[in-house]
Design a protein around this ligand. Structure first.
Ligand SMILES: [Mg+2]
Length: 272
């Protein structure tokens, strides 16, 4: 797939999020926008998946550690063919399988529950080790937010992953410098993030998380490293490509009005 095609898919997913959160009357749109380009590359090019057989043992695994960004995961799964697009309208509705955080027991294509922040690296490591023990040649991809890297379990898992030389584990850090309560740099001393992962003996790359070609190249590079887990530190913008959401933390959890949905459609109409 070309860079332009993947970029258009990312924007299609962004608009799906705006529309579904609007329909639901609840949800977290801002945190979805910063990972849209990563999601497009993973789900529409990189990952070995079979939507007709969601539990195919040889598949790559995916962990959305920042589980509140699930509207974009649901959009990706629907557009990939795991379930009908119309189901997106059920987001957060009573009786729908698409609730406010992902449920692996109810949603085809979801490999783990998530949303209790900080667990994604440990879950991904468990999957990576389990697959390796079974002789499955695949990759486990996880996306963690920067705010959730304040959780201690992230670093316990980071230590263990290096010890076990989990070369089949590739983690994206979504560095949008926002978390629910404000700017990450004002709430903790997390940054510089890449230095910390280096100190934990991971293979670390720093990229622009909205540059499709850089995302593709970083994954290719990570796959060459077989004796270390990989961290791809992605500089991103919360709310990316939705004009009124960009770098505005008010959109962490907020519902677009009818007019704001139209503004998003207009902003993206030539980019989808
Ligand atoms: Mg963040």
């Amino acid at each position: 797939m070309t860079v332009d095609e993947l970029s258009r898919i990312a924007n299609r997913l962004r608009l799906d999020v705006v529309e579904t959160v609007h329909d639901a009357g609840d949800g977290h749109p801002g945190p979805c926008m910063s990972i849209a380009d990563i999601m497009a590359v993973l789900f529409f090019e990189e990952m070995k998946l079979d939507p007709a057989n969601p539990r195919w043992p040889e598949r790559d695994r995916f962990v959305l550690s920042k589980g509140h960004a699930c509207p974009i995961l649901y959009a990706a799964l629907a557009r990939k063919g795991y379930f009908p697009l119309e189901e997106l309208k059920g987001l957060r509705s009573l009786g729908s399988f698409l609730q406010g955080h992902p449920d692996m027991n109810k949603i085809p294509g979801v490999d783990t529950v998530s949303g209790s922040l900080g667990n994604g690296v440990a879950i991904g490591l468990g999957m990576a080790m389990g697959c390796r023990m079974q002789g499955i040649e695949n990759y486990v991809y996880a996306i963690v937010g920067d705010g959730e890297e304040e959780e201690g379990i992230i670093w316990e898992a980071a230590m263990a992953a290096a010890k076990f030389k989990a070369g089949n584990l590739i983690v994206f850090a979504d560095l949008n410098n926002h978390q629910s309560g404000g700017k990450v740099t004002e709430l903790s001393s997390l940054y510089p993030v890449a230095d910390k992962w280096n100190a934990f003996h991971w293979h670390v790359q720093e990229i622009d998380g909205h540059d499709i070609a850089q995302i593709q190249a970083a994954i290719a590079e990570a796959k060459k490293v077989t004796d270390k887990p990989s961290l791809i530190a992605c500089k991103t913008v919360k709310g990316k490509n939705i004009p009124y959401m960009e770098d505005n933390n008010a959109w962490h959890k907020r519902v677009p009005t009818d007019e704001e949905v139209e503004i998003a459609r207009e902003a993206l109409k030539d980019k989808i």
